[in-house]
Design a protein around this ligand. Sequence first.
Ligand SMILES: Cc1cc2nc3c(=O)[nH]c(=O)nc-3n(C[C@H](O)[C@H](O)[C@H](O)COP(=O)(O)O)c2cc1C
Length: 259
Amino acid sequence: MSIKKKFQAKLAEIGSELEDHFDELKSEIERRFGPRKNDGEVFRALPAPAGLMMPLGDALAARRSERNFSNEPLPDPLLANLLYAADGINRSNGKRTTPSAFNWRETEIYVLKPNGIWRWVPERNGLIFCSPDDIRGETYLVEMPLAALPPVILVYVTNFERTQDLVMKLASVIVDKAKRSDWTEERLEEARVRSTHIDVGLKMQAVALAAAAMKLASVPRTGFLAEELGKKLHLKPTETVAAVQSVGYPAKSMFDHIF
Ligand SMILES: Cc1cc2nc3c(=O)[nH]c(=O)nc-3n(C[C@H](O)[C@H](O)[C@H](O)COP(=O)(O)O)c2cc1C
């Protein structure tokens, strides 16, 4: 079976529970960003991720932070590969290409493009449309000329609601049973927050390697105003922007931004 067919079969296996999740997600996006102004496209399916053929050793050797981007758009097949690397479903139980603490899957990915704000939906291998606003510039502390902005900025949002589940409560019970008086609630809380940061870091490195394998430029960034960016994304109080990652074709020369 080809990689593409295997991938599609896996998605099909995951089933109706995830379909329900998609309907909930659609309503949630409407609640936050407002109702759709017309019946325009609300979901953009991405192509199945294609095999990245560069040997891992070469991708590791090529990985670096690049901050100068061409403003050429990033084609969907390349974006699909990046999102698959970050948070693609690679098993029939719905688990992902990157690990997450307690399998919380608390990191949600928004995709900022010149044509608006989109949100990654791994179960559907596509993007749900949120808003036509181009907020790429809001992820920088300095004003950026439009032409110098990367065509894609991935925004990693931590949804802390997902980290307060039964597993965490269970962890407290186990701690009580183990009679570890030095493992306090505060330490449990610290481990919870630390885990969410690690989850985002793993995704950013996977994207950096996939980008390197496709000869794209990328840079992970935490230098932005998280609260302001969160407002633009209509985040809930339990959600926070953890990091962003710019991706695009590397600028070939300073003239790339002019022509
Ligand atoms: C958590 C984290 C936050 C970062 N934040 C920024 C940032 O806000 N702006 C930026 O230009 N680079 C940022 N970087 C990129 C680092 O500056 C870069 O990784 C470092 O200089 C090493 O260079 P290299 O990635 O090419 O190896 C960040 C990297 C990490 C891991």
